[in-house]
Write a protein that binds this ligand. Sequence first.
Ligand code: ADP
Length: 181
Amino acid sequence: MDIQLIQGDITKVSADAIVNAANSSLMGGGGVDGAIHRAGGPEILAECREIISRIGSCNKGQVVPTSAGRLKARYVFHTVGPVWQGGAAGEAELLARCYEGSLELARELGLSSIAFPAISCGVYGYPKEEAVQVVRSVVDRWHEKTAGLTVIFVNLSRDMHRLYEKMFAGDAGANLSERKI
Ligand code: ADP
């Protein structure tokens, strides 16, 4: 994989798939979820409704694709991160599963790019540095398996963006580029 770091709004990013940090109802909400539904329009919510009527709810770590409405993307991958409960409730494994499930789906669909927000790092309260460690370990495990895939980590906040910069700067394997939107 090639890695890009972007500081800005994920709804402005062009990528084959944009990942949404959703909740188990897939009915939208605050934070990045609200921003994606606002920018993408009602088509995304209509698809989510239809999916939920079939599957009941989206489990933590599960990834559900929909189309992307007005976003500059082909798909939105909705995934539900863990709520931070102190770290002993399997949070790291669940968070890793959100990233890995999304990468797996990107590979299955033959996508060339995917953009991630910092899943669970807002309302769900995952400690930021620990979340970036989880991302790092996923990148290390998936680097070889995702040749040709550009993975974009998008952070609205400068602080969070900085943590990614620190984690990935000087990365020998990653073809790192950065920009701000
Ligand atoms: P969660 O419920 O999984 O914690 P949030 O949406 O509350 O999800 O926050 C996840 C991360 O997304 C936070 O770091 C937050 O600052 C960031 N975020 C919120 N809106 C956007 C956006 N439009 N683009 C990129 N990142 C965003």
